[in-house]
Design a protein around this ligand. Structure first.
Ligand code: ADP
Length: 296
């Protein structure tokens, strides 16, 4: 019998510059990256599923085919009047910048009629992020959080990465309120200290962990780039130092791959400190390769 990890959010077309200046098309998005790395890290005992909305055009069908080919179960709503979002990476003197076309993407409607999270029962896990929340209209956000709450009441665990992106939110106060609301109904919160310090004024990773634990999260795993991961579980804390990365080529999806390995470890019953150490090792390999989805 397998357990299900259901990731929820937006996956976009990614246009990434290649060495010769031409562009290559791929697919990426924080929660999708987590699903992709989870599928690679998990054995046959874990089913990884991805819930989003797409259009019925060729681009959307391309994404669906990609999801299936990756071994991920698609949980898709089709919106014939919309299509999937897109982003373009521009390189200027080695620095990457991102341009987005996602304002009217299908994913923004993913929770419009959402009632129950499909196939999620006792022992399963649900994973979503602050980006998932940010792209939804207020009513969609409420529907999603209500569905997550029901899944949790049935015995599923809930994982949330605040993944704070102020530009996606109308204002900082609304952003902070939604992030804390989601954390309060989550079992596992996976924040990144740099983002949290900027948005909430936390002085240390321990302060970030305390704030989310205070909101109700039983486990908080605070990422901090090359610095120690601050793991707080119940009343205990641990510092887990990531191994030095042999090379840092592209930090895209470091946090997403880290989350994937933590969640897979927890689903397998690994002690949280072991799952976190393995997540550090995976993220350390991911940042040594180009692109969001690195087959490391
Ligand atoms: P995010 O991508 O969400 O901003 P971080 O930058 O904190 O997250 O990175 C997530 C994880 O990736 C870290 O906890 C660490 O394990 C690993 N990592 C990131 N940057 C480095 C680095 N320079 N050296 C080694 N590991 C790193």
């Amino acid at each position: 019998m397998s357990v299900r990890l259901l990731c929820i959010g937006e996956c976009m077309i990614e246009m990434a510059p290649q060495h010769d200046g031409r562009y290559a098309m791929g697919y990426a998005g924080d929660t999708f990256n987590t699903a992709w790395y989870a599928r690679r890290a998990a054995g046959p005992g874990i089913e990884v599923a991805y819930l989003t909305a797409i259009g019925d055009d060729a681009a959307s069908q391309g994404l669906e085919a990609f999801i299936r080919a990756a071994g991920i179960t698609p949980e898709l709503t089709v919106r014939p009047d919309r299509t999937i979002g897109l982003y373009l990476i521009t390189l200027s003197q080695g620095e990457r910048s991102f341009s987005y076309w996602r304002d009217s993407s299908a994913a923004r409607t993913l929770a419009d009629e959402l009632d129950d999270l499909p196939g999620v029962g006792p022992g399963d896990m649900v994973s979503f992020s602050g980006i998932t929340l940010a792209i939804l209209p207020a009513a969609g956000r409420d529907r999603l959080l209500a569905a997550v709450t029901r899944a949790r009441a049935r015995g599923a665990r809930v994982a949330f990465d605040p993944n704070i992106r102020p530009l996606l939110w109308p204002d900082a106060a609304a952003m902070r309120a939604s992030i804390m609301q989601a954390a309060a109904l989550s079992d596992i919160v996976l924040p990144s200290f740099e983002d949290e310090a900027a948005a909430f004024g936390d002085a240390t990773p321990a302060a970030t962990a305390d704030r989310y634990a205070g909101a109700g999260a039983a486990m908080v795993v605070v990422k901090n780039g090359p610095g120690p991961v601050h793991l707080r579980e119940g009343g205990t804390t641990a510092q887990i130092v990531p191994p030095p990365a042999p090379r840092v080529v592209d930090t895209t999806a470091a946090g997403d791959s880290f989350n994937a390995r933590v969640l897979v470890g927890l689903l397998r019953g690994e002690p949280p400190a072991d799952a976190t150490a393995a997540a550090c090792a995976l993220a350390g390999r991911v940042i040594g390769e180009r692109g969001a989805l690195a087959p490391v």
